[in-house]
Structures are given as structure tokens and as C-alpha cells.
Design a protein around this ligand. Structure first.
Ligand code: IPE
Ligand code: IPE
Ligand code: MG
Length: 247
């Protein structure tokens, strides 16, 4: 067993880990390769981290795979990423299923090409009854898109007389987010040395512990995940209270 793994307190694991998988392009370019080469290698990290999270017994793992802003990348990169997504889902769906992992997708699915949506739906259906790790892929996702969507849906409920303005609560807002039913992430990891949120889970990250590492996503492995969890476990989460109030 890895030394790092032994340092993790299994009783204080984050229930939900969210990851901004960044740095594929730079990783490839540093080796004189095409950006897509980096994305292909990034899939290896996804496999390893999903396995690591499942082994630990983490309840929810959200991976930011493609943002609404990423549609503005050069066409060949966008097409390459979509093809990679489809071929990966096709190859991995069975593996997820065997490991009792349930796949979820959050994001604007209407933006995806039909063939990608069809492949995803198949994997979602196949794994729908699984009770192990919940793997949430954020695809064509952005926090502002999600919030705008939620506001529109709530407004429609009010307009149609199904909801009183005074009855709108935090729970109402959460119910209309793509993540309704999932707990908020306790730990958010971003790889590749960038210190920003990039429109990821803007509402849900309110009290998440943020962890940044210079490691590029294609180099990120279980041991890096363990390091992040250990760092998380050494923090004091105060939620606005004083330290003395917590004990
Ligand atoms: C993350 O790596 C993957 C996606 C955003 C799809 P990048 O492609 O952003 O890699 P860098 O940040 O340019 O190195
Ligand atoms: C954020 O990475 C989105 C994903 C990892 C999918 P980006 O590389 O797109 O973010 P910015 O543009 O550097 O903020
Ligand atoms: Mg990037």
C-alpha cells in the first residue's frame, strides 16, 4: 500500500471531490506534440483517478471535462475532444458498470453532437442502477449557464402559479441546479498551476476547500489525489465560526 494512502484518515474523507482537469495542452506542447496528444493521455489520468476514488469509497467525483467556453477553441481540437469522449465512453462504460460506478452528466447536452449524446445516454442508462461511486462528468458545462437555467426554470414555476416567491429558498435554488441530489463538493482540485475557478460549480463551491497543484493533468495519478486529500484533512473548516466554537 502506498505510504500516502496510509496517511489518509478513512473516517474523514471528503464525500464529494471536484476536479478541474487542466494542463493537457501544455503537457503535450512541452514534448513537442499536438494538444490532442495531451488530451489522449489525460484519459489515462481519468481512469486512474476514478479507480482511486472508488477504492477509497468516495461518494461523488465530479470531473470538469469541457466547459461551455471550450466550444470556442479551434475546430480541430473541439472535434478531436468530442471523438475522444465518445471512444472513451464506448470503451469504459462496461468497466464503470462492473465497478458499480454510476455515471452522471451535467452541462448543456443540446450543444453536443448527436453521436456523442447517443453514446452518453447509453452509458447513463447502463449504469443508472449502480450504487457505488457517482461519477459526474461536467460536459459543455459552466456555472453561469447552470445558474441562468435555474433562474429561468424558477421564474416559469412562479409565472405558472406553481411556486410563491416567498417560498423560494436555498433548497429551491439547489433543486433547479444540474447537481440537485448531489452534496456540495468539500474539496476542489485544479491541476497545472492555474489559480482560478473557470466557471466551474460557482454555487456549489461556496465552502469547498480549494487545492491547487502544478502537476499537469496527464501526470496526475492516485498518489497526487492522496496528497490533496491529506492536505484537505489538515485544514480547519470553520464555516464562518471561530476556531474555538468548533471544539
Ligand atoms: C484541460 O487541458 C482539458 C480541457 C479544457 C478540455 P487544456 O486543454 O486546457 O490544457 P492547457 O491548459 O491548454 O495546457
Ligand atoms: C477549464 O479549463 C475547463 C476544463 C478543465 C474543462 P480551461 O483551460 O478551459 O480554463 P481557462 O481558459 O484556462 O480558464
Ligand atoms: Mg487549460
Amino acid at each position: 500500500m502506498s505510504e500516502l494512502l496510509q496517511k489518509i484518515d478513512k473516517d474523514r474523507l471528503p464525500g464529494h471531490i471536484a476536479i478541474i482537469m487542466d494542463g493537457n495542452g501544455r503537457w503535450a506542447q512541452e514534448q513537442g506534440q499536438d494538444r490532442l496528444f495531451g488530451h489522449y493521455h489525460g484519459v489515462e489520468s481519468v481512469r486512474d483517478i476514478v479507480e482511486g476514488a472508488a477504492e477509497l469509497g468516495i461518494g461523488y467525483l465530479t470531473l470538469y471535462a469541457f466547459s461551455t467556453e471550450n466550444w470556442d477553441r479551434p475546430e480541430d481540437e473541439v472535434v478531436g475532444l468530442m471523438e475522444l469522449l465518445v471512444s472513451t465512453i464506448r470503451k469504459e462504460a462496461e468497466v464503470l458498470h462492473r465497478n458499480k460506478i454510476r455515471l452522471h452528466v451535467i452541462g448543456d447536452m443540446s450543444m453536443l453532437p448527436d453521436y456523442a449524446r447517443a453514446e452518453l445516454n447509453e452509458a447513463l442508462e447502463m449504469t443508472a442502477a449502480n450504487t457505488g461511486l457517482n461519477l459526474i462528468m461536467a460536459l459543455s458545462y459552466s456555472g453561469r449557464w447552470e445558474l441562468l437555467n435555474a433562474v429561468k426554470k424558477i421564474a416559469r414555476e412562479v409565472q405558472d402559479g406553481r411556486l410563491e416567491v416567498e417560498a423560494i429558498s436555498q433548497e429551491t435554488v439547489q433543486k433547479y441546479l444540474c447537481t440537485s441530489g448531489f452534496p456540495d463538493p468539500e474539496l476542489m482540485i485544479r491541476t497545472s498551476g492555474e489559480y482560478r475557478i473557470s466557471n466551474f460549480l460557482l454555487y456549489q463551491l461556496a465552502y469547498a476547500e480549494l487545492y491547487f497543484t502544478d502537476v499537469r493533468w496527464p501526470d496526475f495519478r492516485k498518489n497526487n489525489l492522496y496528497e490533496a486529500i491529506i492536505d484537505y484533512q489538515n485544514r480547519e473548516r470553520r464555516f464562518g465560526k471561530t476556531s474555538a466554537q468548533l471544539t
